[in-house]
Design a protein around this ligand. Sequence first.
Ligand SMILES: Cc1cc2nc3c(=O)[nH]c(=O)nc-3n(C[C@H](O)[C@H](O)[C@H](O)COP(=O)(O)OP(=O)(O)OC[C@H]3O[C@@H](n4cnc5c(N)ncnc54)[C@H](O)[C@@H]3O)c2cc1C
Length: 499
Amino acid sequence: MSRQVDMFVIGAGPAGLCAALRLQQLGYRVMLIERSAVWPRAQIGEALTPGVKNIIAFLDANDAMEHVPHLTRLPTRLSWRSKTVETVAHADAAVVDRAAFDAALLQLAKARGIEVHQPAALDSITGGAGAWQLAFSTPGATHLVKARMILDAQGRQGKPAQQLLSAPRLSAMWVEIAENHIPADMAHVTQVEALAHGWLWGTRLPDRRYRVMLLSDPATSRQLHAGEPESWLRSQCAASTLFADVAQQQFSSSLQMCSATPYVALNSWQDGRIKLGDAAFALDPISSSGVEKAMRFSLQAALAVHTFCQADNPAQQTLAHEFYQQRLLETCARHHFWTTAYYRQAWCSEQPFWRSRSISSLASSSLASAASNPESRLMTDALQLEMDRLENYREPVLQAGPGIQGDQMIRFHPAVEIVPLPCAMADKVKLLPAMRHPHLERPLAFWENEAVLPRLEILSQQTRLASARDLLGQTMGLQKAQRLLTWLWQRGLLEVVSH
Ligand SMILES: Cc1cc2nc3c(=O)[nH]c(=O)nc-3n(C[C@H](O)[C@H](O)[C@H](O)COP(=O)(O)OP(=O)(O)OC[C@H]3O[C@@H](n4cnc5c(N)ncnc54)[C@H](O)[C@@H]3O)c2cc1C
């Protein structure tokens, strides 16, 4: 007999677990399967950006994560802009035991009543939108489940026909060094170094091993060290400043490799089958923000799913879908934009590896596939538009001077437009009015957590500054109202009307 759930989540990485926990909080019956029989299972992606902490707090998971082994305050020795080594403090970043991190979240999911099956192999998916049927096997049993929605959080997937590569191919290879062999000057630091053919990253792990990872173009390693990836890694360490001691070092693990090419999945929300985390997009690991972005996007997707399920008309369902799509595009385009700028800063930015990663257009293979595949073309155009918008945006020069006075007449600058924007409000996606202006990087619906419209609509007509401030002050306090008006004026979003 088949069971009925609302949400069926595939994969117990940070993305799947985050969505499962959030949707369970929102009142849905959630089932999750994880294929890994070894658990906790090893996983790369241990360097976590500070935002992960906020997400854990938001999920009310602080207590559950308390015992996850982690290291904080590891300074980074960086050789990037020049061959000179600089030391950078990263007070809020952490290196965690990823196996324990994911296991603690999974334990929490079980404790909160999410039905988890592990190890489980997905056998088939049939049915369609709103009425999916899934068959999966666990040791000695087969299961049939009906689900309203499927959340695919299977992680990095190698399905080229369903992906758009957002940058040239990148491969990662790594080894570990046992504690007693870690060179003394590396023992308590993270290290990142740009080299002509790629970059090296190394860090101490919470279990005291040291991991060294090389990111390079797979074609270059094949060309220069065909069939000998370890000798490629050692040669790159020998060519470096920070990792030179590693070149002859004894490794405690065999060499491991994986693709690290950034991509965006096509059709990631179709008929109530929704991709999350690395199943939806994979980022260049240079930012060490994959886990945070995967979790954040899962929270946004959960909100979209909730809005979709609660919608009482097709327009609300479309809005939920649009919100998901916009967050996906924005996350990928912003990351791509940041990454290209970071690659451009490297001392070796004229080398082919760096040049090809410093341009803000999409990988040439994606542009080629866009020509023949309509889905690919839609995504390519949308991503390129978002990237061009970021590329063309210039921070405004703030207006200086004494500012505007209480008795002056003010109104919106003529270039201010009011546009509808899908926004997260409490548990749902809502269409809110937002301000658009060339001096804003993107439409602004909230300022310091306050919805700015319709409150600011008084500025569509000329009004005395003091009156505008008093009116706004009724809902946000006078001081905040004054700061908001000054903020708008400094950016040229307000004009003074002269008589
Ligand atoms: C080389 C490299 C280095 C990186 N370094 C960092 C870093 O330092 N910091 C950082 O934040 N990010 C880093 N990342 C990115 C980070 O690893 C990912 O963004 C993150 O793990 C994504 O989480 P996820 O939940 O989407 O996928 P995953 O963590 O991959 O989890 C997917 C889960 O789904 C399970 N699964 C897969 N298929 C099935 C199936 N059919 N049925 C059931 N279960 C299934 C898998 O077993 C797995 O447990 C790195 C990535 C790479 C490639």
